[in-house]
Structure formats: structure tokens, C-alpha cells
Write a protein that binds this ligand. Structure first.
Ligand code: G3H
Ligand code: 13P
Ligand code: ZN
Length: 314
């Protein structure tokens, strides 16, 4: 099976109350770790590439790695998504390069301008069989290529605007700011998500797929390993897994995870370096890192409820 769009995955996720994991990839080991988990758990999969990932690894390397994953797993539906496309031109490039889904993130722009650019991407992508994710409201946190707002609680998506946005732009899925942030420092005090907003948008757009960015749980076991072996990540905090599960049972059909992959890989590499200071063969630390990603992703698929759902999404 070739790469697929997210259409069928979202239809089934919405109908059956689960979410599909969208994992960011930057290199071979990260991709292999995710794929190994997916193959064992028989889950649908969205692999996503940010502009930063593409700048780091180049589109041809990333696409070649992903193509091998697709060829080797013909019974698993795999979509490939541009994460946080910033302009029409960026999205156009990724559509032209064979991505099956693109995200246009014009959430920093005023409402009408966000709709305008999203509409433009939708027209171009739909004419080529590609689906479009857009974003409303703003997330916090800072990644290499994605800069968020300081106080997420002031930028939660507005349900009236969400309904109007979907109707006017024609986007296929909508990322709604609901209190999450990118990165490893999501909350200063108790984690709080706007479940009321997710519920209201879900009620007013029945069956429509919503997306939750910034969904890493910043798993304690990895933060502790990092800190134990020379790292410095005080006050790291993510979205509790029970909140992720709750959102996945609601209208959230796609859950974005990058930070948890980074933490798993870094924790393992730090552990190997600390325990075997003489080790200099990259396979001996990237291998355990890849294995840690696999086990972490297998666990995530249970949290999202999408394990075992690959065949219904074909
Ligand atoms: O949304 C942000 C993702 O974690 C991608 O981050 O721009 O550092 O690749 P990046
Ligand atoms: P995390 O930083 O929580 O993994 O979020 C990733 C993300 O939203 C990518 O778009
Ligand atoms: Zn994001």
C-alpha cells in the first residue's frame, strides 16, 4: 500500500473514539523506532516532518526513509504530513514533493487572514488529492522552527470561530489551542486542558477531526534518567496521559508527539555514555535509543487507543 491521506483514519478515529498518533521524524533511528512499534501494535500512523527536520536531514533522505517504512509495512496505513507549514509556498512545495497531508499554521495572523491563506492551501492541495490541517488559537513553547505564545490560557480556540473557520476555509482537520504547549516545559503548576472547548467544538462539528498539538507527556522515567546522567531539565512537565486519553476519546483524532521521542532517545544515549564511557560506536548508543523510542511509542498507542486499528483505517 502506498502512502495514504488521513481521511479514512480520521473517519474511523472519530467514529470509534480514539486518536491517531502523529510522530515527528528527523532521522533514520527515530523513524525506525516508531515503525517497529506500529508494526507490532498494528496501528495507523502519521509521520510528520517540520521545516526544521527538512532543513536538518533534507527532504530526499527523509522521504526515502519513510518510503522504505511504507514498503516494508504494506498492512499499515501511513500518512506523511508537513508539520507547521508557515506559508502557502512552503505547503505547495510539500504537496509537490508527495506529502499526503500538509498543515498550514497561520494561527499568528488575524482570523480573516488565517482563513484566506488556509483556503488558498486547501484549493491547491485538494486539486492534488492532499488533505489540509489548519490551526486556530495559539500554542505556547518554543521549538527550533515553531515559536509559541507566553500564556497559553489567553489563546484558547474560540468555538464560534472554529465553526466559522472550518466552514469558510474548507480545511480537513483543525488544530485547536486547548492549553497545551510545545516542548518539555508545558505547565508551571497543575496541568489544565480546556476540555469544555474540545467538547463544544466537537458537538457543533459532529464527526469533524480536531488535532491536539503539544501532546507529549514528558515521561518522568526519561526526565529522571536525563537528570541522573548529567542532564539538566528541572521542572519539565507534560500533558498527563490520562488527559491525552480523555481528549482522544472526544473529538481529538490526531495527537502530535515530538518531545517524548526526543526525551527517550536522549535519556538512553546519556545512560550509555555514563555507564560505558569508553563506547564510541554510534550503533551502540543509537541502537538503545531506537529501542527506547519503540517501547515508548508502543505504550503511547495504548494511551491513544489506536493499537490494533490499522486494518479498519485501510
Ligand atoms: O511543533 C514542533 C515540533 O516539535 C517540531 O519542532 O521545528 O524543532 O523540528 P522543530
Ligand atoms: P510536543 O512538543 O508536545 O511533542 O508537541 C509536538 C507537536 O505538537 C508537533 O507539531
Ligand atoms: Zn505542533
Amino acid at each position: 500500500m502506498a502512502l495514504v491521506s488521513t481521511k479514512k483514519m480520521f473517519e474511523m478515529a472519530s467514529k470509534n473514539g480514539y486518536a491517531v498518533g502523529a510522530f515527528n521524524v528527523n532521522n533514520m533511528e527515530i523513524t525506525q523506532g516508531i515503525i517497529a512499534a506500529i508494526a507490532e501494535e498494528k496501528a495507523p500512523l502519521i509521520l510528520q516532518v517540520s521545516r526544521g527536520a527538512r532543513a536538518y536531514a533534507s527532504n530526499s533522505y527523509l522521504k526515502a526513509i519513510i518510503n522504505v517504512a511504507v514498503e516494508e509495512n504494506p498492512d499499515i496505513p501511513i500518512a506523511i504530513n508537513l508539520d507547521h507549514g508557515d506559508t502557502f509556498e512552503t505547503c505547495k512545495q510539500f504537496v509537490d514533493d508527495g506529502f499526503t497531508s500538509v498543515m498550514i499554521d497561520a494561527s499568528k495572523q488575524p482570523f480573516d487572514e488565517n482563513i484566506e491563506v488556509t483556503k488558498q492551501v486547501v484549493e491547491y492541495a485538494h486539486a492534488r488529492g492532499v488533505v489540509v490541517e489548519a490551526e486556530l488559537g495559539q500554542l505556547g513553547g518554543i521549538e527550533e522552527d515553531v515559536v509559541g505564545v507566553e500564556d497559553v490560557s489567553k489563546h484558547i480556540a474560540d468555538p464560534d470561530q472554529a465553526v466559522e473557520f472550518v466552514e469558510r476555509s474548507g480545511c480537513d482537520s483543525l488544530a485547536v489551542a486547548c492549553g497545551t504547549s510545545h516542548g518539555a516545559y508545558k505547565f508551571k503548576s497543575e496541568p489544565k486542558l480546556a476540555f469544555d472547548v474540545i467538547a463544544e467544538i466537537g458537538d457543533r462539528l459532529p464527526g469533524y477531526p480536531l488535532v491536539m498539538h503539544g501532546s507529549s507527556s514528558v515521561l518522568r522515567e526519561f526526565v529522571d534518567l536525563i537528570n541522573k546522567y548529567g542532564g539538566d531539565m528541572p521542572n519539565a512537565m507534560g500533558v498527563p496521559e490520562k488527559s491525552v486519553s480523555r481528549a482522544a476519546k472526544m473529538a481529538i483524532c490526531k495527537v502530535n508527539i515530538d518531545t517524548d521521542l526526543r526525551l527517550a532517545l536522549t535519556a538512553k544515549i546519556r545512560q550509555v555514555f555514563a555507564e560505558k564511557p569508553g563506547e564510541f560506536d554510534p550503533r551502540k548508543y543509537l541502537g538503545p535509543g531506537r529501542e527506547a523510542i519503540k517501547e515508548m511509542v508502543k505504550h503511547k498507542l495504548q494511551v491513544l487507543g489506536c493499537a490494533g486499528k490499522a486494518s479498519e483505517c485501510m
